[in-house]
Design a protein around this ligand. Sequence first.
Ligand SMILES: [Zn+2]
Length: 412
Amino acid sequence: MAKIYLIDVTNRDGVQTAKLGLSKLAKTMINMYLNEMGVYQSEFGFPTTRHESHYLRANLKLQEMGVLQPIRLGGWIRATVEDVETTFKLVPEIKDLNLSISTSSQMINGKFGGAKNTEDILRMLTEAVDAAKAHNIQSVGVNAEDASRTDTEFLLRFGSAAKEHGADRFRYCDTLGYDNPFSIYETCKLLAEELEMPIELHCHGDLGMAVANSVAGAMGVIDGGQDAYINTTVNGIGERAGNADLVAVILALKKGKGLAKKYKFGIPVHLKTAYKICKYASYAFRVPIPINQTGVGANAFAHSSGIHADGVLKDPQNYELYDFKELGRGEPEMVETGREISSGQYSGISGFRHIMGKMEIHFENSNEAGEILELVRYANVLAQEPLVADELRFIAKYPDIARDLLTMTPLS
Ligand SMILES: [Zn+2]
């Protein structure tokens, strides 16, 4: 029976969003939480972008150390031989790649201005897949950008060419959020049946249907006999109106009417991490969680009107589809209401020892404390806001990795 897997793209689509971004430490924390959650793969960045190199290699090191396991870490590049070669030059340890190229006539004509036709696209794609396969690689996905506005016949040619050259997955990108649940179900079922390869769903919220389209598309892929890979982002952060929200996609598949029986996750997904990862991403992106956000919004389990409050007190299931504890909510939270010492780029040893002592992190000697403090200062320079407890713990536990994440040297 075909299964569903999650590929989270917060560290790629999320961070390329206008006005938003994450420090390399924050991207690493997102990878840690995604791993804890049971997400199959994190699309962790851009291997051809030079300021990503240290971060990408440090995260692959964490994978090798068994810290970021079993999650896979996939890079996103354009489907060109040049991008593939630059990738392996800058990040030689990378094992998973997604190669992207536009497939719709709108984009082929609109972007390349008549300089390329569909045959050129197929040639660029297959050459890039060949180049990637020539390296020591675990998986190659091919992204059909603007697939929802692409002629289905061409999508089939695109997918079979990629498959013939050894690609492992086909990413159906509803780049502009143009699909609806019925259209994406039909198209993706057909692609699965005809191509006989796993299909990824990449959906956007321009019409408010990113989650619904992702779920319906995955149903089509499974009904077509293939594994479905859903692209998500934490809190739905992504280009323009955003991507399919990670927690909403999981809840829909686990709790939606009639879904869980037939459409199952291939590896266990742990909702318990939901609240933590959403709160963290909100802090790191500096984007508040809407009060009515699925599962994690402040009102997601709030009741005040007479009939609802009475009903939920008698039996929560009267007005709640799932329990807040399942999402890791309900734990008491420490909020400082008096004196507060926080980390900063100009922190000193005494304040730092106080902060770490509260988390019961103690140092062997003052040398060690001084070294970690120095890293924390640098992390604060990049974050420009106080580090959270998990970030401080991470730096204290993996100082060498932290040093790599904080290393940024522009090309001269
Ligand atoms: Zn996208």
